[in-house]
Ligand binder design. Structure first.
Ligand SMILES: [Zn+2]
Length: 231
């Protein structure tokens, strides 16, 4: 099994878009040994029948259309990838941040990495704006496993800063200290952009089958949200 969760949506003439979120057995992180990550990518390629595309995630709000890819070895420093081409699997990697997958009725798909900075800076909204500019009508979004608001403790000032930009993120941990609910923030951004939202669920810190930076520390692996359209 490659994916803990799988789903599809069919948009008539553009065919079926599939999504999945990988299990902890796979480590797609930059800190994984090259052989480990290559094996994980090969498994994703085999499970999807598509070519995997990774981005070098930098907690920004830049969006890249894969068709603008410059060279096979290019390592784009972005947090949102889009493509209109079947046969490509887009990956958003995370270990507590929110992986978001998008499928538009025109066949465009997208993968977005939304961490604390990405939520504050609006990377999800930027990706949706780009999809709309490229002609998307209806868009379905899958909000992947991430650290929940009851677990994601942050300093009070940081909570205030992020919540000032995205009010639904304001939260309190289960032990009563300041926290951020990144999932609530992303959901509000998706809904404001008119998406139908599928919440995949699962707190990375609480569920042992998921990678978590807060639980496992700096050496934590990365899960991936994967979206693809069959070639
Ligand atoms: Zn939690």
């Amino acid at each position: 099994m490659t994916f803990l969760y799988r789903d599809t949506v069919s948009w008539g003439p553009v065919g079926t878009v599939s999504v999945g979120f990988t299990e902890r057995r796979l480590d797609l992180g930059d800190l994984a040994a090259p052989a480990v990550r290559e094996a994980a990518l090969a498994e994703v390629a085999a499970a999807t029948g598509a070519t995997p595309y990774l981005m070098h995630q930098v907690h920004g709000a830049e969006v890249l259309l894969v068709e603008d890819w410059r060279a096979p070895t290019w390592d784009p420093h972005v947090d949102a990838l889009l493509t209109a081409e079947p046969g490509r699997a887009l990956l958003a990697r995370a270990a507590d941040c929110v992986p978001v997958l998008l499928a538009a009725d025109t066949g465009l798909i997208g993968a977005v990495h939304a961490g604390r900075e990405g939520v504050r800076r609006g990377v999800v909204t930027a990706a949706l704006d780009r999809l709309r500019a490229l002609g998307a009508g209806q868009v379905r979004a899958w909000l992947g496993p991430h650290i929940c608001g009851a677990c994601y403790e942050v300093p009070a000032q940081l909570r205030d800063e992020v919540a000032a930009a995205v009010p639904p993120t304001w939260a309190t941990t289960s032990w009563g200290t300041p926290a951020l609910d990144l999932g609530a923030g992303v959901r509000s951004q998706l809904e404001a952009a008119g998406c139908s939202v599928v919440e995949v669920g699962g707190c990375t810190r609480e569920l042992p089958v998921l990678h978590s930076h807060r639980r496992d520390g700096a050496a934590a692996g990365r899960l991936a949200g994967v979206v693809w359209r069959a070639a």
